[in-house]
Design a protein around this ligand. Structure first.
Ligand SMILES: [Zn+2]
Ligand SMILES: [Zn+2]
Length: 449
């Protein structure tokens, strides 16, 4: 992330021209004002509502005249050491937005709820290799914040200075040589959003963002710069925290935060310690440890990279939040609705007591609840009792009738059709140890506990 400053600073621009027409393609992006989800549009009006949360998208939420810059590879060592590049980055207003990848028309996202004594503290959403866009809206100190972008000499592929742009206008008012465009880069990254159940103000959000980022880095021994954290939809309106792994492929730590029931609690304990607070009691240890720190210092929550947030950051404001998180459990959930509603809905759809018993066990052992019940897979002529859509896995709960020869033969036929369609299936027999079987498939059901 740190190299973007330098990337924008070089005068010669690596623009992504259309391979066929050699034209510079301009895009628009509709940004959800509620969750910060991005909708990239190459033609037409684009969606009216957010594809992730359903919020209506207003005309003012659209960023226009965007041009894509080619990605440039920068060595990691340069990213960390170059203060100059950080300074450049801080000077720009960068809008980050993302889109979860899609598999067979449905969004590939893992969700989890962070709870304490049945109270929801936060909802986590994680995506492998989500598309992320980093959009440079312009200088942070520009006079009109709604005026986005930079002047680009399209013909020569140079960023034009304002003077050049003015000269150009004077010589030829019709000139299309210099255009005002909004440059962006596109990558695929592992991403995670954190939405707190309670709405917090900018001070709390900025502080907890820094605390969790540093604690994750420490807990998983990441290099500085391997993890990035930003507020979404914007710095002025912090609805949720957005984390992403800076390297393509990534170390996989964000995924663990969603899948490991105790990972968030461990991270929160580390965050308390980073804030000079006792991880058990929350007591302020700064004086005892001879640290001069009022709101925050460079030993706790301040970093060069979060300089624009320094006025907001105050470790004392997040003490209670971090203590709650440190005692929390994280439970995977496979759909957008809350786990309890999801369970009720599934229970209604079950058509045998045996199925309800299985579902209750999955819930009670804090495992992932299926996305569908009685789900028709027409191409295989089967309706499994449960289905995990994101994992393409069908679940059958077999009562005693499946022991009979004829039914067993039908089951075999269905299984071969499922295999041909690339759909995994797991059978739970009425007389076998279901918990042991659930444990065999942590990828499908989570680790539970
Ligand atoms: Zn949204
Ligand atoms: Zn400090």
């Amino acid at each position: 992330m740190y190299h973007e400053g330098a990337r924008y600073r070089v005068n010669k621009v690596n623009l992504a021209f259309d391979e066929n027409t050699q034209e510079l393609t301009e895009y628009s992006l509709k940004l959800c004002s509620s969750c910060g989800y991005g909708h990239m549009i190459s033609s037409g009006p684009g969606p009216d509502t957010c594809g992730s949360c359903g919020t209506a998208i207003r005309p003012v939420d659209e960023i226009r005249s965007m041009v894509r810059l080619q990605n440039v590879t920068v060595k990691r060592a340069d990213q960390i050491t170059s203060d100059e590049e950080e300074r450049q980055r801080v000077g720009y207003e960068i809008q980050t937005t993302y889109r979860f990848s899609e598999i067979a028309g449905s969004i590939d996202v893992r969700k989890a709820e962070v709870t304490l004594d049945d109270n929801l503290l936060a909802t986590l959403r994680y995506g492998d290799a989500a598309q992320i866009w980093r959009i440079n809206l312009g200088w942070r100190r520009r006079s009109n914040p709604h005026d986005h972008g930079f002047h680009l000499d399209v013909e020569r592929g140079y960023w034009a200075t304002n003077k050049e742009a003015d000269d150009n206008d004077r010589e030829d008012p019709q000139s299309k040589l210099v255009r005002k465009v909004v440059p962006y880069v596109e990558d695929h990254r592992n991403v995670m959003t954190v939405k707190f159940a309670e709405q917090h103000d900018v001070n709390v959000m900025a502080s907890v963002q820094s605390a969790l980022k540093q604690a994750i880095q420490q807990e998983y021994q990441l290099e500085p710069g391997e993890l990035a954290a930003e507020p979404l939809p914007s710095k002025d309106d912090r609805q949720l925290l957005f984390f992403y792994e800076s390297a393509e492929g990534g170390a996989g730590v964000l995924r663990q935060l969603v899948e490991d029931p105790s990972a968030m609690a461990r991270v929160a304990r580390a965050a308390l310690a980073i804030c000079h607070l006792d991880p058990e009691t929350g007591e302020d240890r700064a004086a005892e440890e001879h640290i001069q720190c009022e709101a925050a210092c460079y030993d706790c929550l301040l970093e060069y990279g979060n300089q624009p947030d320094h006025n907001f950051i105050d470790r004392s404001l997040i003490r209670q939040l971090l203590i709650s998180l440190s005692q929390s459990r994280t439970v995977a959930s496979s759909s957008g609705i809350s786990r309890v509603d999801q369970l009720d809905e599934m229970m209604r759809l079950c058509d045998s007591g045996l199925e309800r018993k299985w579902l209750q066990l999955v819930h009670d052992t804090h495992r992932a609840i299926p996305t569908h019940a009685q789900y028709l897979i027409a191409s295989c002529n089967t309706r499994p009792d449960f289905f995990y859509h994101d994992k393409r896995t069908a679940i059958y709960i077999d009562g005693p009738v499946h022991d009979q020869d004829e039914t067993a033969a039908d089951d075999g036929l269905i299984e071969s059709r499922l295999m041909a369609a690339g759909i995994m299936f797991i059978r739970f027999r009425h007389d076998e140890d279901w918990e042991a079987k659930l444990k065999e498939y942590p990828d499908i059901f989570g680790t539970g506990g």
